[in-house]
Design a protein around this ligand. Structure first.
Ligand SMILES: [Mg+2]
Length: 381
């Protein structure tokens, strides 16, 4: 499989409403789409979003790395997906997000060529022989804004079938966050409720949070403390906590997972393609977590389009279940880049929304061109 042409699209898509996290407020999705054309005339699409506080990527750095990788890719015959990551590493050190973008586009082409949907190809890698359609994946809905708005959104989306929730914490005082968590836990009793501090708590505050009565009904608490704290702090927090400790910013792949598993420092992890460097590595992470009876959720960065959502969901469909839910962030976009965006049905994503070959979502080129980020243009290779 040879690549004959590539277009790189730096995009800015407004969110329906700003998303407030402990260390940043996101108002638009800064994401990069890549369209590869192969020697048979097929097109394969990839996507990766910026995440300055998670991967260090900005729009400029991401475009630069993708362009560099793609230019070198034009002379390569892409045969086996198992070799893709190794080839990327021979071209460029680190830069997981750019590699995830290119891998997604290459896997889109590869699975079109072999006539399979990506999720079924991944299921085959996991040696799951079952030919039946996988169960729908529960979607994790983020709550934010004032407590009244959070309660109102919780009621609205619960009525639509959502049962997995994430409460962003860390930008208010600990007591204020504990109060929110208690009130929302009362309102959403029986559901899978989680919090995410995006590294904002000190270790003493994190321990106090996890041992509090208010937080006792949470299914997991994600990345309470900064990723650069020593392993011993994570072990202490995990041992002190009455609820499972999820990690996000701390985890970028199998190597870190193995270190945290050996230390007994967590209860599960959040997997994003921009961190793992792609779909196949993320699948390996999910398998490792399952093997050790740890939880995991799949997540897109706030925010990515239906394209990245389809690729990420394919891991869930291949795994058969996603215990901590799937954070599909296209639901926060003002509009999507494809004709038929992925949508929640009774709070879940079903596989029928994906096309029968490839990643399963094809962006509409006219829509893509309408949301090119201000000051940027399409890059052709
Ligand atoms: Mg997180």
């Amino acid at each position: 499989m040879k690549i004959t042409h590539a277009d790189i699209y730096p995009l800015s898509i407004p969110l329906i409403e700003p998303m407030k996290m402990s260390r940043e407020i996101v108002v638009d999705a800064k994401t990069v789409l890549l369209c590869l054309t192969d020697d048979k005339g097929r097109q394969g699409w990839g996507e990766a979003s910026v995440a300055p506080l998670m991967t260090g990527e900005t729009l400029d750095s991401l475009i630069g790395s993708i362009k560099y990788l793609v230019e070198k890719s034009l002379s390569i015959d892409w045969l086996k997906p198992d070799d893709f990551a190794e080839i990327f590493n021979l071209i460029l050190y680190s830069n997981a997000s750019a590699k995830a973008c290119l891998e997604m586009a290459l896997l889109d082409l590869y699975t079109q060529e072999v006539g399979l949907p990506l999720w079924r190809y991944l299921r085959g890698r996991n040696a799951v022989p079952n030919e039946s359609a996988p169960a729908a994946i529960p979607l994790l809905r983020m709550l934010g804004g004032s407590l009244d708005k959070e309660l109102s959104d919780a009621e609205t989306f619960r009525a639509l079938g959502f049962r997995h929730w994430k409460i962003k914490i860390g930008s208010l005082t600990l007591d204020e966050d504990l109060h929110r968590v208690k009130v929302l836990s009362d309102a959403l009793g029986g559901d899978v409720i989680s919090v995410d501090a995006n590294c904002a708590l000190t270790l003493p505050n994190a321990i106090r949070f996890c041992q509090s009565k208010e937080a006792s009904r949470l299914s997991f608490a994600e990345q309470l403390i900064p990723a650069d704290l020593p392993m011993g702090d994570f072990v202490l927090l995990n041992r002190s906590s009455g609820i499972p400790m999820g990690l996000d910013e701390s985890i970028h792949g199998v190597v870190e997972l193995e270190q945290f598993i050996e230390a007994g420092a967590f209860g599960g992890a959040s997997l994003k393609l921009i961190k793992t460097g792609g779909i196949i590595n993320a699948l390996s992470c999910a398998n490792l977590l399952r093997e050790h009876r740890l939880g995991f959720n799949l997540a897109c960065k706030i925010a990515e389009s239906s394209l990245s959502a389809a690729a990420t969901a394919s891991i869930g469909f291949a795994m058969g279940e996603v215990s901590w839910g799937f954070s599909m962030s296209n639901q926060y976009l003002m509009f999507d880049v494809c004709d038929v965006p992925l949508v929640a049905k009774r709070g879940c994503l079903d596989v029928e929304q994906l096309a029968s070959t490839g990643v399963g979502i094809t962006p509409n080129i006219n829509r893509v061109k309408e949301v090119i980020a201000k000051g940027y243009s399409t890059i052709q290779c």
